[in-house]
Design a protein. Structure first.
Length: 493
C-alpha cells in the first residue's frame, strides 16, 4: 500500500514537471510580433497570424496615419465616398470571406453608362440597352473583346489555385515562386509587356490601344508597356458584378484589426529597425518609433517583424535598417502617384464632345485628355441617385481652370495624392516576401499586381512564412524535448 502511494506521488510530481515543461514550451512558442502598416495587407496578416498561432501571440500594429491605408473615404457635401481602393472582383475569395466573417454588407456596383474618350472625341459609348452596347462593341472591334475576356478568365482561374495552396500551408519567399506554383508560365508574364503579349495572341492594335489601354489608364494610370500579368489583372477589373463594402471598403481592415483582442494598435511612425542577437544565437528585432504627437524615440523588441508598407526610397514615412547583412531592402523602382479630385458640380458634356451627361468617362490617352477617368459617385452607403459629386483621377493635380472647363456650378473641390501602386515595367524585379530570418514584406506582392485581394494573399503568405519559421526555430526543439521526457518516465518509474 505504501509502495502504491509512493508511486502515485512520483507520478503526480512527474506530471507536474511535464505540465511545467509544456507550459514553458507554449510560452516560448508565443511570439511577440510587430506589424508595420494598418492597411488591408497588415490587417490580413494580423488575422491569419492569429489563426495560425491559435491566439497564442502578441501583436503590436504600428500605423503612422489612419487604419485602412489606401482604403479610405472622403467627405464631400456631407456624404462619405470611396477615396482609394473602390472595387472588388466577385472572385476575390479573401475579401468575400472577410466581409462574411465580419458581418458586413455588399454594395453592388450599379449599372452606369460608360464612354471612352481619346481627347478629341468619344470613340465608344455604351447604350441604355445592353444588347445595343454589345452590337456597338462588335461593330468596332469584332468578336475579339469576347475571346479576350475568355482568355483573361482562364488566367484568373489559374491564379485561384493560390487559395488551395495556401489552405495546404504552402509558402513562397518571392513573387516568382508564388506565380510558378499556380502556372509555370506565369513568371514569364512579368518579362513581357501586355501589348506584345496580346499582339502575339493575335489581337488587333486597335483593341489594345483603345480597350486594353483604357483599363490600364483607369486602374493603374499607366500604358500598355506594363508587364503582362498586371495587364491581365487590369482587364479582369473591367468585368461584371464588381462590388464594394457598404459603409466603405476601409471597414474590412478596421474590423479585422480592432476586433482582434491580440492586436494592440500603436499610432506611431516607425523610424528604424535593428537586427540584434540574443545570447549570440537568436535574432531579435528592435523597433524604434515615435508617437504621432511626439518626437521622443521609444523602443520595443520583437521575435517577428512584418512590413505591410511599400519599401521605396521616397516613402512618406522613411524607415532605416541596421545590423542586417544588407541594410537596403528598398525597391529600385518607384510607386506611381495618382491624384484623386472630388468635385461637387454640374458636368459640362460638350467639353467631352457629348450632348448629355454620362456617368463614366474613361481615357485611352491621358497625355491628350489630362485626366485618366471621371465618374459620378454614389456614397459608401449606396443611398444616392444621380448625385452631382464626381471623382476624377489624373497623373497630375488638376488646375482650377481645367476643372472650370469641365464643370459648371462648382461648389466644392477636394484632392488626395496617392502613391497608389508600383510603376510597372518588364524589368525583372524579384521582390521578396522574406527579407531576413524573421523579417517579412507583405507588399512584395504588389509588384505582381496591386489590388485589395492581392494584399490579402500577400498577408496570408507572410503569415504562413512567419508561423513556419518561428515554429521550426523555437517550438519543435522544445516539443521534442518534452516528448523525450515523456518516453523516459515509464522506464525510470
Amino acid at each position: 500500500m505504501n509502495m502504491i502511494i509512493v508511486i502515485m506521488n512520483w507520478r503526480i510530481i512527474l506530471l507536474g514537471i511535464l505540465i511545467f515543461k509544456r507550459g514553458i514550451c507554449y510560452e516560448k512558442c508565443k511570439p511577440n510580433i510587430a506589424i508595420i502598416g494598418g492597411g488591408i495587407g497588415g490587417a490580413a496578416s494580423s488575422h491569419f497570424l492569429t489563426e495560425l498561432f491559435n491566439n497564442n501571440l502578441n501583436i503590436d500594429l504600428y500605423e503612422a496615419k489612419i487604419i485602412g491605408g489606401r482604403l479610405a473615404t472622403i467627405k464631400v457635401d456631407g456624404n462619405e465616398f470611396e477615396a482609394g481602393g473602390s472595387i472588388i472582383h466577385p472572385q476575390n475569395k479573401y475579401m468575400r470571406d472577410f466581409v462574411e466573417l465580419l458581418g458586413l454588407e455588399h454594395r453592388p456596383s450599379k449599372g452606369k453608362k460608360t464612354s471612352i474618350w481619346n481627347g478629341n472625341e468619344i470613340i465608344f459609348e455604351e447604350s441604355n440597352w445592353e444588347i445595343l452596347s454589345f452590337i456597338k462593341l462588335i461593330y468596332r472591334y469584332g468578336v475579339q473583346p469576347f475571346s479576350l475576356n475568355r482568355y483573361v478568365t482562364s488566367i484568373i482561374n489559374n491564379f485561384e489555385k493560390i487559395y488551395h495552396l495556401q489552405d495546404n500551408g504552402e509558402v513562397f519567399t518571392n513573387i516568382s515562386s508564388l506565380l510558378f506554383s499556380m502556372n509555370p508560365e506565369f513568371p514569364k508574364l512579368l518579362e513581357k509587356s501586355i501589348k506584345s503579349e496580346i499582339l502575339n495572341l493575335g489581337y488587333s492594335e486597335k483593341l489594345i490601344n483603345e480597350l486594353v489601354k483604357t483599363t490600364l489608364v483607369v486602374n493603374y494610370g499607366q500604358d500598355t508597356n506594363v508587364h503582362s500579368f498586371v495587364g491581365f489583372v487590369s482587364l479582369a477589373g473591367a468585368g461584371f458584378n464588381l462590388w464594394s463594402v457598404k459603409g466603405g471598403n476601409k471597414k474590412v481592415p478596421e474590423h479585422l484589426i480592432y476586433r482582434n483582442k491580440h492586436v494592440n494598435v500603436v499610432p506611431s511612425h516607425v523610424i528604424k529597425i535593428i537586427n540584434i542577437l540574443n545570447n549570440g544565437t537568436q535574432n531579435l528585432y528592435e523597433v524604434h518609433y515615435h508617437n504621432q504627437d511626439s518626437t521622443n524615440i521609444m523602443k520595443a523588441t520583437y521575435d517577428i517583424v512584418i512590413l505591410a508598407i511599400p519599401l521605396i526610397h521616397n516613402q512618406e514615412f522613411p524607415i532605416t535598417f541596421e545590423g542586417f547583412p544588407n541594410n537596403d531592402f528598398f525597391s529600385p523602382a518607384k510607386y506611381h502617384e495618382t491624384i484623386a479630385t472630388f468635385v461637387k458640380a454640374d458636368l459640362k458634356p460638350h467639353y467631352f464632345g457629348l450632348e448629355a451627361e454620362l456617368d463614366n468617362i474613361l481615357s485611352c490617352d491621358p497625355n491628350r485628355t489630362i485626366i485618366s477617368s471621371l465618374g459620378r459617385l454614389n456614397s459608401v452607403e449606396g443611398s444616392m441617385k444621380n448625385s452631382n459629386v464626381w471623382k476624377i483621377f489624373s497623373n497630375k493635380p488638376l488646375k482650377s481652370n481645367i476643372i472650370n472647363e469641365m464643370f459648371s456650378n462648382v461648389q466644392e473641390i477636394k484632392q488626395i495624392a496617392w502613391k497608389a501602386y508600383p510603376e510597372y515595367s518588364t524589368k525583372i524585379h524579384e521582390a521578396k516576401f522574406k527579407l531576413h530570418n524573421a523579417l517579412y514584406h507583405v507588399n512584395a506582392i504588389e509588384w505582381i499586381a496591386s489590388a485589395m485581394e492581392m494584399s490579402a494573399i500577400g498577408g496570408r503568405n507572410v503569415a504562413l512564412l512567419a508561423h513556419r519559421d518561428f515554429f521550426r526555430k523555437f517550438c519543435i526543439e522544445k516539443i521534442i524535448q518534452t516528448s523525450s521526457l515523456k518516453k523516459k518516465l515509464p522506464t525510470e518509474l
